[in-house]
Design a binder for this molecule. Structure first.
Ligand SMILES: CC(C)(COP(=O)(O)OP(=O)(O)OC[C@H]1O[C@@H](n2cnc3c(N)ncnc32)[C@H](O)[C@@H]1OP(=O)(O)O)[C@@H](O)C(=O)NCCC(=O)NCCS
Length: 155
């Protein structure tokens, strides 16, 4: 299938957050029912953020976080079901990987079902490095004076 009108963009301000919320509700089982406010926070703290539009319709999305030199992680890769199987998903991930912030030693991602898709792009399976801490709501943030004290102590 050929979609000459499809545009890839790295401009965060162009992303329609309501459409993004809908896209996640349809096809991202890990990202259902995210609020517009929280999506906005995630986008502003991610770089690059790549959106894919067919005219005004948001049909793909991916974002990454990176330290700019050692490690980066890709998050929330989705292509709308109507547009899958035409190469857009791999182009989306390759667009993320080609961004200057992604020129690091290692790029990680977590996937439950799409290992085969990422292998075609060059990712390797890696079962040894992942740990997770769920829900930090019960962790009180340190008061600012305590953080300063720890920095002075080098801790
Ligand atoms: C994963 C996803 C982004 C792929 O998008 P897509 O546009 O269909 O991918 P492409 O058309 O670029 O596929 C590229 C290649 O990977 C293959 N492929 C796609 N999904 C695959 C899978 N799960 N297992 C093995 N191969 C797969 C395609 O057949 C194609 O192969 P080819 O180059 O030999 O033709 C899309 O299926 C999706 O949004 N899924 C739901 C959300 C999701 O699970 N995202 C990943 C979260 S980590």
């Amino acid at each position: 299938m050929n979609y000459p009108q499809i545009q890839f963009s790295e401009r965060k301000s162009e992303i329609d957050l309501e459409q993004l919320q809908q896209l996640f509700n349809i096809c991202a089982f890990w990202a259902r029912e995210r609020s517009i406010e929280d999506l906005s926070i995630a986008i502003s703290n991610s770089e690059p953020v790549i959106s894919v539009c067919d005219g005004n319709r948001l049909i793909g999305f991916a974002r990454a976080t990176s330290d700019g030199i050692y490690r980066a992680t890709i998050w929330d890769v989705v292509i709308h079901p109507d547009y899958r199987g035409t190469g857009l998903g791999s182009k989306l991930v390759e667009t993320v990987l080609s961004h200057p912030r992604m020129q690091v030693e290692r790029v990680y991602l977590m996937t439950t079902h799409q290992q085969g898709f990422y292998e075609k792009i060059g990712f390797q399976r890696n079962t040894t490095t992942t740990m997770v801490l769920y829900n930090q709501a019960n962790l009180e943030p340190l008061p600012a004076e305590e953080i300063q004290l720890q920095e002075l102590r080098g801790g």
